[in-house]
Design a protein around this ligand. Sequence first.
Ligand code: ATP
Length: 455
Amino acid sequence: MQNKLMEKIISLCKRRGFIYPSSEIYGGFSAIYDYGPYGTELANVIKREWWKAMVQKRQDIVGLDSSIFMNPKIWEASGHVSGFSDPLAECKNCNARLRVDHLLEDIGVMADEKMSEEEINEIFIKHKDKIKCPKCGKSDFTEAKKFNLLVKANLGNFTNDWTKDPTYLRGETCQGIYVNYKNVLDSNRVKIPFGIAQIGKAFRNEITARQFVFRTREFEQMEMQYFTHPDNEMEEYEKLRKIRWQYYLDLGIKKENLKWAKHENLVFYAKAAYDIEYKYPFGFKELEGVHARGDYDLSQHTKFSGKDLSYTNPVTNEKYMPHIIESSVGVGRTMLAVLCDAYNEEKERVVMKFSYKLAPIKLAVFPLLKNKPELVKKAKEIYENLSEKFMCEFDDNGNIGKRYRRQDEIGTPYCITVDFDSLEKNDVTVRDRDTMKQDRVDIKKLDKYFQKNLK
Ligand code: ATP
């Protein structure tokens, strides 16, 4: 039933131009997706809302856009070269290859990706009896083995055996923040506590990449790293958790589809780690991580770069290594949550009830008939006017009923129809997506009407 829902959402995304499989005419490309016109619009809205909440409305947070390629030493310092790997085990009965951290997650045991093979196996063995293979139901597994997730490249290396000395496509955006922390501090009027936010692409050689855009090999992250005094880390962490929870409610995500999941097994440097989980059709799964990371990141980069990244309080002269709390979420995972949350099947229609904030297209303008130049002209004028302020669409194809259904499926809150009365009375029909009720509105007042109603 729930997988049916996933299939329906995937099909709607393709049919209506939200998300396409990558390279489809060549048979596709595993675990990579392209955003179509509405997907691009939705992703842009998601990123804009995140930026607004995390940067625009925050005096203490600034933005950054660091590069995808960085000095490979960064990935050694971060632990990604040696430790950034997924633990895999095989079911001895049906030979399915399974992510051990996911098997543990399914029985409510959180394991951190940065744990060593030994640490993971210790937990795995402890809980082995409770874990069943999701394919065959048996409970007989090999030990967990870890596979590195970093994607290698030959950038700037012109030798044939470049794999011995590779560069990497970044596996997470936050390393670009850590290595620029000193630049930001020295060139801006920020002082601790402050945050740096970034949106950008990341790449991971995910082994079990399934579940549509939930887990892809190329994806976009929205990350904010907040630098604090060690004594204030946990207080700031609790504040950040509240902010991030409220953020999803403000986006219009249903509260009952969200929950906190605490990491019981922390990596050695972490102070605390919670995930915000969303109830996807395949179960509650991580949407965002909110973690207190101690001074691990800046200490590692100090050690590996030889540059002192500690902070000196300009008033008290106290010198210390800042502690970091982070909020990290994927654009694709947010989009999938938003799509699932909005999906509604009614008697005669499928309707995406996006919150007005998130709807990719806010208004659609139709002339009642496409072969009546006076109607088309008036509708175009209205479209041109409103598209100064709102993302609008003009549509003169097919009968009005079909045009409504199409807009329902892409979640457009209001449709505006220009008919023969409009020519005489200078008013139009405005149809509400959710109630399907129709209102007659003076064309001169449309702008105000939508400023008020789209709030
Ligand atoms: P998971 O356990 O699901 O693999 P993670 O714990 O490895 O996730 P983080 O490294 O904490 O994830 O990354 C932060 C966020 O980036 C995640 O909460 C998720 O929203 C997003 N993200 C991570 N990996 C992927 C991916 N392969 N595809 C899409 N989004 C991802």
